[in-house]
Design a protein around this ligand. Structure first.
Ligand SMILES: Cc1ncc(COP(=O)(O)O)c(C=O)c1O
Length: 318
């Protein structure tokens, strides 16, 4: 048996925050196997310490704010996210000993509240009837009322978000495949992953085609992804830079997530299912045009993030 070499080597690291990035790129062996000369690869972003792709931009936004003084003694990081970015802020703030407050509608799942509280983050509740927009309005009001108290990263408008992928995700993919990448496909949430990775790959893998995957329906079940037609378009998202967009029905994303579990041993979230389904659309188009090459996509998180957490409170008697 060959030795299993950890991706960061065997040397000790000084902080868990240093374990962000350097995620494995795994070849899908069955999905797309019928297409001659085409290989589909998934970048395993669930392997980040916080379990998702959002660790990269969260760390970069925090480190750049520490460097230029927007974050420092007496300031608390505050943002309005109950998703993967909230988990990323919470654990990174715990590791770096920065106070963290997350605004979320009071009806978010018990699991979400437990995860961020486990890292010591404070939760500020917003009106459940106003959903995520209500949480955004509330955080903006807090910051406006006391600007010196807070650091508000605002992942939708912060260019450090795509830069984390341009200088991280893209470089790692290009190195893994020695610059041989025919197409890159990723889902759109804030747009950070698809914009930043595409910019990096255009430099490192000339000729690459870069495409975004978007939910087909305004009300969809692909958590983490945004339907642009019915949403506020994030300031960091610039569609004109991309080579195209693939519209993905919820059912196709869910089915592919299940296939990835059964056929590849990858138990990933529904946005990863949608991303791989999008990569397969691109791979089939390439095969029809008699093209060959590597198609790369991103697997943002694991499916278990969406399962109800086991009871974790000390007061519960088993
Ligand atoms: C599960 C999941 N998938 C995909 C994305 C999209 O990533 P990005 O915000 O970089 O567009 C996110 C972002 O929050 C996410 O949580």
């Amino acid at each position: 048996m060959t030795a299993l070499v950890p991706r960061h080597g065997f040397a000790p690291v000084e902080s868990v925050a240093r374990l962000v990035g350097g995620t494995p790129l795994v070849r899908l062996r069955r999905i797309g196997a019928e297409l001659p000369g085409i290989r589909i690869y998934g970048k395993c972003e669930f392997a980040n310490p916080g379990g998702s792709v959002k660790d990269r931009p969260a760390l970069r936004m925090i480190e750049s704010a520490l460097a230029d003084g927007r974050l420092g003694p007496g300031r608390t990081l505050v943002d309005s996210t109950s998703g993967n970015t909230g988990v990323a802020y919470a654990w990174i703030c715990a590791a770096l000993q920065i106070p963290c407050a997350l605004v979320m509608p009071s009806n978010v799942s018990v699991a979400r509240k437990l995860i961020v509280r486990a890292f010591g983050a404070e939760i500020i509740f917003s009106d459940p009837l106003e959903g995520s927009d209500g949480a955004i309005h509330k955080v903006r009001a807090l910051v406006e009322a006391e600007p010196a108290r807070w650091f508000y990263p605002d992942q939708y408008g912060n260019e450090e978000n795509p830069l984390a992928h341009e200088h991280g995700t893209a470089v790692e993919i290009a190195e893994a495949l020695e610059g041989r990448i025919a197409a890159f496909v990723a889902g759109i949430g804030t747009g950070g992953t698809v914009m930043g990775t595409s910019r990096g790959l255009r430099r490192l893998a000339p000729g690459v085609r870069c495409l975004a995957v978007e939910p087909a329906e305004p009300l969809h079940g692909l958590e983490g992804l945004k339907h642009m037609g019915s949403s506020i378009v994030p300031a960091i998202y610039r569609e004109q830079e991309l080579d195209g967009k693939i519209s993905m029905p919820t059912s196709d994303g869910w089915e592919m997530a299940e296939r990835l579990g059964r056929e590849e041993g990858l138990r990933v979230g529904h946005s990863a299912g949608a991303a791989v389904a999008g990569a397969l659309v691109v791979a089939r188009r390439m095969a029809e045009a008699d093209e060959r090459g590597n198609v790369v996509t991103v697997l943002p998180d694991r499916a278990d993030r969406y399962f109800e957490a086991p009871r974790w409170e000390r007061r519960i008697a088993w």
